[in-house]
Design a protein around this ligand. Structure first.
Ligand code: ATP
Ligand code: MG
Length: 577
């Protein structure tokens, strides 16, 4: 499975098909920007609103926009769609930039940064609104919000023209100036495009383009008290930046006629040259066992259902990162799911599978005992320590070996001993032999219990000539092979066993209360015993704990010499069964 971009990518998805047809037709060839720099034939953009943290759904959009630009020698703009003052904050701008970079993408192209803010275009949006009014394509409406709602009609029923629709251009212009000057309260007037109140497409029934909002903007401060509507601003942002292909999610399909209308009118007014940007819709990512609505994610943070935006159970990019996901695994996931034109659900196991495939090839191996039970080798000399050696990675001998001592007292997993074995159980039980992985073959002799009858230690004897890697080892044929750590050398560490945040595959489908489907076992904190070399694990470093799964040293809570581990994912999917 290769994820490297090839020089001539096949049209493996319909977006590539569109781009390749445009390239073949020379649709966006030979363009120059306002400063006479030549423009690539493919210019895309990733346009988040800085009102929350990015999640896995955004990752799909990022991989698409930046990935297609890369594959077709174009460029992708990082643009903040910050036209909505109330909910936007610098904190969000910072984390969004960080997440895009971490995912492995850059908005630098030919040594120029392409980081843009829609708020930098406020003057231009305004000038175009002024033009639209002058040209008779827009007007100031002074109906109340209720009246406007009532006169909009609905699907079966045409709307009614506003009584202000035909007011003189000069009157609308005067009102626009005074709206901008701050003379009116929020909602007193609104600027609307003059299209068709009877259009079967509700989005063309004189949509609003500017509204009054006396609100402080995180970048423009109090310069403005009128702000453009998303559907008006977005096509203009694309045209100002010479975007060629403007990819967005399917719910904007019905908005496309207005997108085109805005650009056609602005081009007639001389604001833009053709070819104009084109909007192309694709299916959004819906992931099972997760919610990807910013509002619901915010709610979980605010109600402390999770420990912040970067809680390793969150589907946010910062959460996935802390959980132990790699940028490569997320890119691989996005490649594998592809793009389509109809909404569907992608199973969480696809994301986890991409992660396993990425980590399996990279992560060094280590031993960890998560549910410890004492194993005592009765015939092992008290003070003896014998070094055992194991590969850092089984498929990469060049990465060398790790070593750890075996001693008389060890920790093994509770479940690797059964006093009365069930059928097909090959691990430790009285009279049975197993191999202590990378060490010796031992034979179980029994166990000791506390007053309550709980097993507190297992006893065995070892065969000194059975050590792994020595000639004698071949003489021992055993079915069980269990892992262990020396109780005198092991590193005691906090380990957090994370699992899916929801027990329901579609926690918020059909208006369900997603909080009813929270998985109470999505986080368990245990004290585990690890191979002593784990003491040197660095924050963000990932390992495969043999037989258990992939783990990462937590990037926030790990201290030098005292790592804390998060379970990224188990070795096998246990949810499908
Ligand atoms: P909001 O409800 O705040 O509009 P949003 O998820 O649309 O939330 P934006 O910041 O507007 O957030 O999204 C930025 C880009 O990411 C948009 O182009 C949007 O289409 C895309 N995007 C958002 N969610 C998904 C998703 N689940 N799958 C694919 N793309 C997505
Ligand atoms: Mg949005």
């Amino acid at each position: 499975m290769s994820t490297a971009p090839d020089a001539h990518p096949a049209s493996s998805n319909f977006l590539k098909g569109i781009i390749e047809a445009d390239l073949a037709a020379g649709k966006y060839a030979d363009r120059h920007d306002q400063m006479a720099h030549p423009l690539p034939a493919v210019v895309t953009r990733f346009p988040p609103e800085p009102n929350g943290y990015l999640h896995i759904g955004h990752a799909k959009s990022i991989c698409l926009n930046f990935g297609l630009a890369r594959d077709y020698a174009g460029r992708c703009h990082m643009r903040f769609d910050d036209t909505n003052p109330e909910k936007e904050e610098q904190e969000y701008v910072d984390t969004i930039l960080d997440s895009v970079k971490w995912l492995g993408f850059s908005w630098n192209h030919d040594n120029r940064e392409h980081l843009y803010y829609a708020s930098d275009y406020f003057d231009k949006f305004y000038a175009i609104a002024e033009y639209l009014i002058s040209a008779g394509h827009a007007y100031v409406d002074s109906q109340s919000a209720d009246e406007m709602q009532k006169n909009r009609g609905n699907f079966g029923e045409p709307g009614k023209n506003s009584p202000f629709r035909d007011r003189p251009v000069a009157e609308s212009l005067d009102l626009l100036y005074r709206m901008k000057a701050g003379e009116f309260k929020d909602g007193a007037h609104i600027v609307r495009a003059k299209i068709d109140m009877a259009s079967p497409n509700m989005n063309l029934r004189d949509p609003a383009i500017y509204r009054i909002r006396h609100a402080h903007h995180h970048r423009t401060g109090d310069d403005w008290c009128i702000y453009p509507m998303y559907d008006y601003a977005h096509p203009l942002e694309d045209a100002i930046e010479n975007v060629s292909h403007s990819f967005c999610t399917l719910e904007f399909q019905d908005h496309r006629p207005f997108y085109d209308w805005v650009l056609e009118r602005a081009a007639e007014g001389g604001f833009f040259k053709k070819p104009l940007p084109q909007q192309i819709e694709f299916a959004r990512l819906n992931l099972t066992y997760a919610v990807t609505s910013k509002r619901k994610l915010l709610q979980m943070v605010q109600e402390k259902i999770v420990d912040g935006w970067d809680d390793p159970r969150m589907p946010t990019i910062v959460g996935l990162r802390r959980r132990g996901y790699t940028p490569e695994s997320i890119q691989l996931f996005c490649d594998r799911i592809g793009v389509s034109k109809s909404d569907s659900w992608i199973d969480m196991s696809t994301l986890e599978g991409a992660l396993r495939d990425d980590l399996d090839a990279k992560a060094p191996r280590a031993t960890a005992v998560l549910r410890p039970l004492k194993l005592i080798i009765d015939n092992f000399p008290d003070e003896l320590q014998v070094e055992c050696s194991a590969p850092v990675h089984p498929h990469h001998p060049e990465r060398g070996n790790r070593s750890f001592p075996i001693t008389k007292e060890l920790w093994i997993e509770e479940e690797d001993f059964m006093e009365a074995p069930s059928k097909g159980y090959f691990r430790l039980y009285p009279g049975n032999k197993v191999r202590l992985r990378y060490g010796y073959v031992v034979e179980c002799t029994g166990c000791t219990k506390d007053d309550a009858g709980r097993v507190i230690a297992v006893h065995c004897t070892y065969f000194p000539d059975s050590k792994s890697g020595t000639e004698g080892s071949a003489n021992y044929k055993v079915k069980g092979n269990i892992h262990w750590v020396s109780s005198t050398h092991a590193l005691q560490a906090e380990v957090r066993l994370y699992d899916r945040l929801f027990t329901d595959a579609n926690p918020d489908a059909g208006g369900k209360d997603f909080k009813a489907a929270l998985n109470p076992n999505a986080k368990e904190v245990i004290t585990a015993y690890l191979e002593h070399g784990m003491k040197h694990a660095l924050p963000d470093e990932k390992f495969q704990f043999e037989r258990h799964g992939y783990f990462v040293a937590d990037r926030v809570d790990s201290k030098p010499g005292v790592p804390v581990f998060n379970r990224v994912v188990t070795l096998k999917d246990s949810w499908g069964k």
